[in-house]
Design a protein around this ligand. Structure first.
Ligand code: GDP
Length: 139
């Protein structure tokens, strides 16, 4: 099934100047970039996005990191986009990420792990509409 998934190029990757390299990896893997914007998230926006992690020990650090600089928000589309993006991203903890994955190449730590990707159809739907409106998705 053709799916959309929400990806984020996180502040460490933008700071390190590898946003373009990461976009190229998605394009080489045949994802279509359906929408894209660079923004600096507020605390409130980041907390709402990561609401499921509220109360966890890493939550404060995650918010501090995600608001520490601009991010690039991307809507990717292809057959099985959600699972395929999780595969190309690699494991959440970069110590466990497979060779050649985005996180293996560009993560700096567990928190600063370069990219986000929706993990299910339900979260993809929520996350795409959290950041993009219908006009931004129809180009
Ligand atoms: P993801 O879907 O692979 O991004 O992983 P999660 O949704 O479980 O976690 C969201 C983000 O929080 C991750 O990408 C990491 O940046 C961070 N994170 C999750 N678990 C941990 C943890 O145990 N320690 C630290 N330092 N960061 C974590």
């Amino acid at each position: 099934m053709v799916e959309k998934t929400l990806a984020i190029i996180k502040p460490n990757a933008v700071r390190n100047g590898v946003a373009g390299k990461i976009l190229a990896m998605w394009e080489e893997a045949e994802f279509s970039i359906r929408a894209l914007k660079r923004v600096q998230l507020t605390q409130v926006q980041a907390a709402g996005f990561y609401a499921e992690h509220e109360g966890k020990p890493f939550f404060g650090g995650l918010l501090e990191f995600m608001t520490s600089g601009p991010v690039v928000l991307v809507v990717l589309e292809k057959e099985n986009a959600i699972l395929d993006n999780r595969t190309i991203m690699g494991a959440t903890n970069p110590d466990n990420a497979a060779e050649g994955t985005i996180r293996k190449l560009y993560a700096d730590s567990f928190t600063e792990n370069a990219v986000h990707g929706s993990d299910s159809p339900t979260s993809a739907a929520r996350e795409v509409s959290y950041f993009f409106n219908v006009f931004e998705l129809t180009a």
